[in-house]
Design a protein around this ligand. Sequence first.
Ligand SMILES: [Zn+2]
Length: 288
Amino acid sequence: MAGRASPDPSPHRPVNVLLCGVRGSMPAPGLAFHRVGGHTSCVAIEASDGRLLVLDAGSGFTRLADELHGYALRGTVLLTHLHWDHWQGLPFLPNADRDDAEVSLLLPRQGDTSAHELLARSMSPPHFPIDPSGLRGAWTWDTLDEGTHHVEGFEVTAGAVRHKGGRTFGFRVSDGDATLAYLPDHAPNTSSPAELDAAEDLVRDVDVLVHGGQFLASERRLADAFGHATVEDAVGLAVRARVRQLVLVHHAPRRTDEQIDALAASFEGGDVEVLVGREGDRLVINGA
Ligand SMILES: [Zn+2]
């Protein structure tokens, strides 16, 4: 993977990240959206031995077919929450639905309900032809608590964040040098002071913060109603937490390429480097 983040030639093996889906709410097909990309939330991080750590499995999950070159998916999928746009791609990646696939799926704990049952509420007849057990290969489903876990060779800290309609996590992923945080669905504006402090701690000093930016300041009422950030909220959080680079994702499904280009230009020269995440972007994170 080659990318556009830091060119630092440190001996540390960089962390390679692929943005597989950067849309929020629903896929956005069509010529007006093709440069930014239409797939919903998914970020893939290269682990060791060809394994992957995948954050969310929206429709962008299916892009991994191009990365796996005919090999089965082996790795872990962490879901931030259970809204459709964060796991609708799960049954549609052929590399993850074959006998030699090995996938551990982890999602935020919701009381005593098992992960399989939580998924099966949406993924089972009559809503869908199969339930999660219908996926071929060695799949496991489990719930995840807040705190720090060791996943695919990374230190992953899960922190609950304010969103709407179901427990939602943000993730901080580190290999000891390079650090990425991923909060696609997060509402700083309606967070309590304690929630805001916790979110800032989760993303503090990271090399790359991948954060939702579905709404504009002029859409504040909608952002709050949907439980999301405005781009200004995301920039404010990034500045306060001293992140090196902010990558905006979870773009509104009707926000065109031209509108997103204009948005990106408006942040040039600010207090934090802001990039608009585009589907297919590869980030190389070198760390300190
Ligand atoms: Zn959501």
